[in-house]
Design a binder for this molecule. Structure first.
Ligand code: ADP
Ligand code: NA
Length: 322
């Protein structure tokens, strides 16, 4: 049976405004000039949707925005990138979330966010369960990012996805409200591919060794635990006990790792959709992410499929040569 979409991404679509370079003495002057202040697309669901669409798949986005200029900017971005955004709900009386990033010259950073913005207000009501099944695969990006999408909401979404025979992928960020592994155990039981990064995974499991971390997640019923290990690449342990460690692209100078995890997930999911093996999925993910860390912003690096295929060839050359 053909489905209309390859994947649907559920989660945050917001705007980032990076302010750089700032410093602690800013308040001493009346006006503090910067080279550039502009909106960029942010939020892991829209980041993933953007990259997967550029990699050649039909992607839907389910999110929530306010009726404002920022919301319009997000829709325009989707339009430009060929993303089906008919699943983005517009809610009256809500401001679309804006994430202001303050970054010093030496890379210290902090974020100023709106506690009442769309990201914090998105609920299960903003996810049209009756339309989930239009896609073959669901990507929940990311667990904990929209705090009102709690375990109960996630279970509802995942149950519906399973009813529709969908593959379920999920990423996570650090818990915002002190949630523990127990709080999301039931939801994780539905996840086929889980993409935490190493630091998040340590915090959530209380373990430091990759295998022990993975075992704690596998114990929740996850199919494949894919731990992103930064410049090392990734570590995968599956429900059948098999382990894979897949190296990152070498010789990369990372200038901005924001969104690297989203690009990794996008590459991985793209490869799943194309029926590649688990190892090939991890390779494709590492290669996609390696491009993203070389430019500032989450969706500025990866622009086309050709670019990733080119890099993939270089990656396999490296592997042969080692
Ligand atoms: P997150 O962005 O979620 O914190 P990581 O920092 O682990 O996740 O990075 C995600 C992926 O980005 C890694 O698994 C790897 O594939 C790639 N990556 C990150 N840093 C580098 C690097 N210096 N060189 C090559 N690839 C990198
Ligand atoms: Na991430």
């Amino acid at each position: 049976m053909g489905k209309k979409l390859d994947a649907v991404c559920v989660g945050a679509a917001i705007v980032d405004i990076p302010l750089q370079p700032v410093n602690r003495d800013m308040f001493e002057v009346e006006s503090f000039p910067l080279q550039q202040i502009s909106m960029t697309i942010g939020g892991d669901a829209i980041n993933e949707a953007t990259i997967m669409s550029r990699l050649g798949h039909k992607i839907g986005l389910m999110s929530m925005v306010g009726r404002d200029a920022v919301g319009n900017y997000i829709m325009e971005h989707c339009e430009k990138n060929g993303i089906d955004y008919s699943g983005i709900q517009i809610r009256e009386g809500i401001d679309t979330s804006i994430n202001v990033g303050l970054v010093t010259a030496d890379g210290e950073r902090t974020f100023v966010t709106n506690r009442n913005g769309s990201l914090w207000k998105m609920t299960i009501k903003d996810v049209d369960l009756s339309r989930l099944g239009e896609a073959k695969l669901l990507s929940l990006a990311s667990i904990f990012n929209n705090p009102l999408l709690d375990c109960k909401a996630l279970v509802q979404i995942f149950q519906e996805a399973k009813k529709q025979d969908m593959i379920i992928c999920a990423d996570m960020i650090k818990a915002r409200l002190g949630e523990t592994l127990e709080d999301i155990r039931e939801a994780l039981g539905y996840v086929d591919y889980f993409f935490p990064n190493y630091d998040e995974a340590c915090l959530m499991t209380g373990e430091e060794e990759l295998e022990k971390i993975a075992d704690k997640f596998l114990d929740c019923g996850i199919g494949h635990v894919v731990i992103k290990t930064g410049k090392k690449g990734c570590y995968i342990k599956s429900q059948d006990g098999s382990v894979l460690e897949v190296p990152a692209m070498k010789g990369i100078t990372a200038i901005d790792t924001i969104g690297a995890g989203d690009n990794f997930a996008s590459g991985f999911i793209t490869a799943i959709l194309e029926g590649k093996t688990l190892k090939e999925c991890a390779e494709f993910a590492n290669v996609t992410a390696s491009i993203s860390v070389q430019s500032i912003g989450a969706t500025t690096g990866v622009q086309s499929r050709e670019q990733v295929e080119e890099r993939l060839k270089e990656y396999y050359e490296q592997q042969k040569g080692k």
